[in-house]
Unconditional design. Structure first.
Length: 138
């Protein structure tokens, strides 16, 4: 069995955003040479997420609105974590959207449903953060 590991770095200039990172992950699969296996993709920061869904702008706007209802950024004083910080909501949004995804690799590509794509969700941006891609297989 072969293994492959790569860190992808992202700098989102806004507080929150959703980035389609599917092609970055596909590049990693090609670099790995693995044709059949599993691909783990996870956010290596507590205020960011990796998830799978449709790449449709209306859905992304719906996510933004829904997440803000569940864990609003303001007033920052509503959170105990925010003593000296202002990102408690980002931690909660990450908890909801998830830390990682695992996708099967078949014939050297992601074994996806029709509209599935991998996204990096940023909830406390304006600095560099990394995403780990770990691939195992043959």
């Amino acid at each position: 069995m072969k293994t492959y590991r790569k860190e992808l770095w992202f700098h989102v200039p806004t507080r929150r955003a959703f980035l389609n990172i599917t092609e970055h992950v596909r590049d990693c699969i090609a670099e790995s040479g693995i044709k059949d296996g599993l691909c783990l993709v996870n956010a290596m920061h507590i205020a960011a997420s990796v998830f799978i869904n449709d790449d449709e702008s209306g859905l992304h706007q719906d996510y933004e609105k829904w997440l803000e209802k569940i864990a609003p950024h303001e007033p920052v004083s509503q959170y105990r974590h925010n003593v000296g910080e202002d990102n408690a909501d980002a931690h909660m949004k990450r908890q909801i959207m998830g830390r990682e995804v695992v996708v099967a690799i078949t014939d050297g590509d992601l074994d996806f449903g029709t509209w599935e794509r991998i996204f990096y969700g940023e909830f406390d941006g304006n600095r560099r953060k990394r995403v780990l891609v770990k691939i195992i297989g043959e």
